[in-house]
Design a protein around this ligand. Structure first.
Ligand SMILES: [Zn+2]
Length: 187
């Protein structure tokens, strides 16, 4: 699916979610025999593990529609970048959404930093760098900047993704999920 069409499908799905008119998610495993043969997702989502942001639900997508990479803070490091490369090359997905959200616990943890473990430190390092570089340290501003930072990582740390974006066959868009309304704002 072309990325322009994929983006429209996501926007319409989120609109249905906001209006309590879910169509796809409620179907469950009905009519999914074709999924046994393989996956053909139309979008990749790099999002947060936060329990309040269930990706398929907020976009009202069907089984097999989304290739999702979640971690606390929606950061893009080697493993996430490799997953996006896989979906772009092997599954020919054109649209990548980097999805951040209101009141993100990972951003909060970076803002109120204290050492917990080396692993957590590594995961939060991208967000902590942003905080140090930025005057407006409000959680909303840092969260949105973090989406752009992850997008930058996807292209600057992957020749494959960079060339796809440059040739126009892959589009990466940032998005912000508002927990209080269920609305996804494409930034
Ligand atoms: Zn989060």
């Amino acid at each position: 699916m072309k990325y322009t069409e994929a983006l429209e499908v996501l926007k319409k799905g989120n609109q249905r979610f906001v209006e309590h008119k879910l169509q796809n998610l409620t179907k469950g495993i009905i009519d999914c025999d074709h999924l046994v043969r393989g996956q053909d997702p139309f979008a990749i989502v790099v999002g947060c593990s936060d329990a309040r942001v269930p990706t398929e639900m907020i976009f009202d997508t069907r089984l097999g529609d989304l290739f999702i990479i979640r971690n606390a803070g929606s950061v893009a490091n080697k493993t996430q970048i490799a997953s996006v490369e896989f979906a772009v090359i092997k599954l020919k997905v054109e649209l990548v959404v980097v999805l951040v959200h209101q009141n993100c616990g990972a951003i909060n943890a970076a803002l109120n930093y204290e050492f917990v473990s080396e692993n957590l430190d590594f995961m939060l390092s991208q967000i902590r760098e942003l905080i140090n570089e930025t005057d407006d340290k409000s959680i909303e501003n840092i969260t949105k900047l973090n989406a752009f930072k992850s997008i930058n990582n996807l292209t600057s740390k992957s020749k494959i993704i960079k060339s796809k974006v440059e040739e126009g066959s892959v589009k990466i868009v940032p998005a912000y999920y508002e927990i209080s309304t269920g609305k996804v704002y494409f930034l």
